[in-house]
Write a protein that binds this ligand. Structure first.
Ligand code: NZQ
Ligand code: ZN
Length: 383
């Protein structure tokens, strides 16, 4: 196992009715900006719960954060925060509202052009304090230090990470997720599964705790994920999926182990250029990464097959093929497409899709072996 130093400072407040805990979580006397998306919280009662909890605070709101939040929209919020002298940001939503809030938190005190935080990786020395009320189990953003922001005019989706934007707290009430459309639920299941994969499916370093934790999370996500579409109002299923998704990307399973993240990075352009939802990009790309990297990932694919999908018969090569197949059919069972041509994306689109990888000079994967040319090959496998 490799050396590591890590601390996750986010206070998790989990369970039914936990929005009512907000007054105890936000320091008294602060002026709060509630940041949310396109209005789902106004239809499912979450807005009223938040408003009720904040009744003794001075607060205002900023809505309209897009799914895959836009840089330009975040910058409007930055102006509002500066003008209104807001002290604390409260994200209410899924990964998009939370990521946008993290970017706003970093951009407000940033000296220079905030786009550089994303485009040049400019260091973020300080950020405003923020908290999160999670409404969608998927990204783990509620309990991590990363965010992904899109600048549509530039066809770019970019990420940044800094401990300065860890939320102070994450309120997680699984009942809030009942109102999600089935498609969003399925996307969340697939995204969280692939978060584990990105930190697990590399090469063995004898990190037994991380491996066993990852395998348990994947088994739970697969089992409960298959159930949730049939039984959407089951609290225990929702609760297990929510806590699994948080743990899939709150930092712990990846410590001391090599990480991949190529499916994520290759996928950014599919969102920025073709509008696929985040998880939709991953369901297409991951089987290609597994296939293309089957030699490099051999040991871990075999371990994944045995530990999560009970694939123990046949030659190693047969077991690897079977595991890739089973992973892809899990995504299909969740209702996601797994081929580019199902989105009408043809070979002629591939050069432009890998352009950002070349421009950013990314060398992706646990060995840094995936550049734009290799990414193109991986995408070609998925036509
Ligand atoms: O905008 P509203 O009206 O709220 O509707 C949202 C949105 O349309 C809706 N929704 C959320 N909670 C709901 C609900 N509808 C009904 N009931 C509820 N309880 O669902 C739609 C999708 O929401 P969004 O926040 O976009 O989804 P998700 O949580 O999947 O976040 C996706 C974003 O997170 C980034 C992705 O790239 C993408 O931009 N990621 C962030 C990561 C991180 N910070 O660590 C890691 C991930 O890999 C990912 O890249
Ligand atoms: Zn993801």
């Amino acid at each position: 196992m490799n050396n590591f130093e890590f601390c996750n400072p986010v206070k998790a407040v989990f369970g039914k009715g936990t929005i009512a805990r907000l007054p105890a979580l936000i320091p008294e006397g602060l002026k709060v900006l509630v940041v949310y998306g396109g209005g789902s919280i106004r239809k499912n009662g979450v807005y009223e719960q938040v408003a009720g909890a904040l009744k003794n605070f001075q607060w205002l709101e900023f809505s309209g954060i897009e799914a895959n939040p836009h840089y330009e929209t975040c910058m409007q919020a930055v102006e509002l925060v500066r003008k209104e002298k807001v002290d604390f940001l409260l994200a209410v939503g899924g990964g998009s509202a939370i990521d946008a809030t993290k970017f706003i938190a970093a951009a407000v005190p940033f000296e220079g052009d905030p786009w550089d935080i994303l485009a040049k990786g400019s260091p973020v020395k300080e950020a405003m304090p923020l908290g999160a009320v999670l409404t969608l189990a998927a990204t783990g953003s509620e309990m991590n230090e990363r965010a992904v922001i899109s600048r549509i005019s530039a066809g770019k989706k970019l990420n940044f990470a800094t401990p300065a934007v860890f939320p102070k707290f994450a309120v997680m009430d699984p009942e809030i997720t009942y109102s999600l459309p089935a498609r969003q639920v399925a996307n969340g299941v697939v995204d969280s599964f692939i978060h584990v994969i990105e930190q697990y499916l590399t090469y063995p370093v004898n990190a037994k705790v991380q491996d066993a934790f990852s395998e348990s999370l994947m088994r739970i996500i697969v089992e409960e994920g298959r159930k949730v579409l049939r039984d959407p109002l089951n609290y225990d299923i929702r609760a297990n999926l929510m806590w699994a998704a948080t743990n899939a990307l709150n930092g712990w399973i990846g410590q001391g182990a090599p990480q991949d993240w190529s499916s994520h990075r290759i996928g950014y352009a599919l969102t920025a250029q073709f509008g696929l939802a985040h998880a939709e990009t991953l369901a297409v790309i991951l089987p290609g990464v597994m296939e293309y990297m089957r030699k490099e990932k051999r040991e871990k694919i075999l371990q994944l097959g045995a530990a999560v999908f009970n694939i123990t018969e046949g030659s190693p090569d047969e077991r690897i093929s079977k595991t890739i197949e089973v992973v892809e059919s899990f995504f299909r069972d969740m209702g996601l497409k797994t081929r580019l041509n199902e989105y009408e994306i043809k070979e002629s689109a591939l050069d432009k899709l890998v352009e950002p990888i070349a421009q950013m000079g990314w060398k992706l994967g646990e060995h840094g072996a995936i550049d734009a040319t290799v990414a193109r090959e991986i995408l070609r496998l998925r036509l």
